[in-house]
Design a protein around this ligand. Sequence first.
Ligand code: ASP
Length: 292
Amino acid sequence: MTPYAIALHGGAGVKPGRDYSRAEAQLRRLAGDGAEALKRGVSALDAVETAVRALEAEGLCVAGRGSAPNTAGYVELDASIMDGAAMRAGAVAAVRDVVHPITAARRVMDASGHVLLAGAGAMDFIETQGLARVEDPASYYRIPDGVEPADFDDPKAAAHGTVGAVALDRQGRLAAATSTGGTFGKHAGRVGDTPLIGPGTWADSNVAISATGVGEAFILAGGAGDMAARMRYGGADVNAAADAMLADVARRGGDGGVIAVTRSGEVVFAWNSPGMKRAAAGAAIPVFAAVV
Ligand code: ASP
């Protein structure tokens, strides 16, 4: 059987006793839909973009519609996407009021000649691409159900949300995508790991990875790119690579998790935060979703 698989996350860190059933049901449905699409021959790249767009639109996680304002009172969004077969990537950082940051990242990859566009210049580029914009931020953004305001003194409590997808298609191509409104209480202009190719998102011919957690610690630890390197020239298997990288994140004072899919269709979830919203499905993987 030709392997194919998709895995999704809705962010690291869940609070005991909180009801995540809507987010879990959404992740389960999207994993099933994504696997069906891959079975029909949709590319890994299109599958991860489609899944992340749905997560951005729903607002049940801290990305797209579910994003929370920074300390200056407005939402800034980060997203990135990587095509591991072609070794191409695109990303946007600190952009405002674009409905689908992940599609902005894809356009950066496909149409800008660059990998990462940030701030005002990224907004100018988004304008030229005719992407859907948020007309009324005050009514569009909503803090996800059950999410409380951050404890600004606790960097671990500040990480909450982010969405991501990784996929292997039937042609053996791997892709990864990640999108976030960032951490609660972040400074205006703060950029985390999510839009950084390496720390937040990585795909090559071996593995596709999307990270979530305290972005500062993932940047310092190398995140998804470090995990892929441990596999590529360190000889580690995917589980050992994830555990070693997350141990390094912990040493940098953070926590979080990763989702990964390998070229053989193995899906891995690893986290050192209290839970991670996640789901997967594939040729040999029955649809699965869990939170803790
Ligand atoms: N990693 C994201 C950031 O630091 C936050 C998250 O994953 O929840 O912006």
